[in-house]
Design a protein around this ligand. Structure first.
Ligand SMILES: Nc1ncnc2c1ncn2[C@@H]1O[C@H](COP(=O)(O)OP(=O)(O)OP(=O)(O)O)[C@@H](O)[C@H]1O
Ligand SMILES: [Mg+2]
Length: 228
């Protein structure tokens, strides 16, 4: 099983959106995909239309080892796509992860137990540099960094790359960076907004050789669809 984590240390950078569509694209091509919602905001769980019932195990119980990992995995309404959901109770994991030794390895270790059941695991992480963010990044074989095509996005990218460097320095992160995904690239007809082109160019410079993927364009229709 290959684990891909989407991480970016600011809100609204496209982590959940890219996880959702990457997972659906892979699942529709026949890969068995496990999604992990590692954000207490639980947007991914919501996007998948999954309702967490009281007393049903979520990522919280999986990370705390209160249940077998399989017991926290649910079928989604999409073929080949499964989910370990979360809800806002996941916030409680922060204290737990900082109280145990090697808390940052918690997710990686638990996912190993189901690695024969799936081809790909996609982890959606929270925007804050928290324990749950660290364990999500450390779980990754490949890290995807979505970043809004703006100065905020550039800043988020810089902070995320710093985090990766820090984790590499203590040998906690052994994966690689899959690439930077510019998000909400704004165009007016055939003209790209200056803000977008400048920040994507800056991302190339900051990334120093890291692949910069084709950007996701800003779309009013998509925003309206999500709101609905
Ligand atoms: N192509 C698009 N055009 C415009 N808006 C978009 C597009 N794709 C996603 N969005 C919107 O951008 C917002 C941020 O996206 P998303 O939730 O994926 O970011 P995030 O990094 O997961 O945010 P958070 O850090 O809060 O978890 C969402 O409201 C989403 O609906
Ligand atoms: Mg999100």
């Amino acid at each position: 099983m290959l684990t891909v984590t989407a991480a970016s240390l600011a809100g609204g950078q496209g982590k959940t959106t890219s996880c959702f569509f990457l997972a659906r694209a892979l699942a529709s091509r026949g890969y068995r995909v496990l999604m992990v919602d590692a954000d207490p905001q639980s947007s991914l769980t919501l996007y998948l239309g999954h309702e967490v019932e009281p007393n049903q195990p979520t990522l919280l119980e999986v990370l705390k080892k209160q249940v077998a990992v399989e017991d926290g995995i649910y079928e989604s309404s999409y073929k080949n796509l499964w989910l370990i959901p979360s809800d806002d109770a996941l916030e409680a994991i922060q204290d737990y992860l900082s109280s145990i030794a090697m808390g940052e390895l918690a997710l990686r270790r638990r996912l190993k137990e189901v690695s024969d059941l799936f081809d790909v695991c996609i982890v959606d992480s929270p925007p804050q540099r928290s324990q749950i963010c660290l364990t999500s990044v450390v779980a990754a074989d490949e890290l995807l960094i979505p970043a809004e095509a703006s100065s905020k996005g550039l800043h988020s990218l810089v902070r995320t790359l710093q985090l990766v460097d820090e984790l590499k320095a203590v040998e906690a992160f052994s994966g690689s960076i899959l690439g930077i995904l510019p998000f909400r690239d704004r165009w007016f007809g055939r003209t790209q907004a200056k803000r977008s082109s400048v920040s994507i160019q800056d991302m190339r410079e900051v990334g120093q050789g890291i692949r910069v993927f084709h950007s996701i364009n800003e779309s009013e229709r998509y925003k309206q669809a999500i709101d609905r």
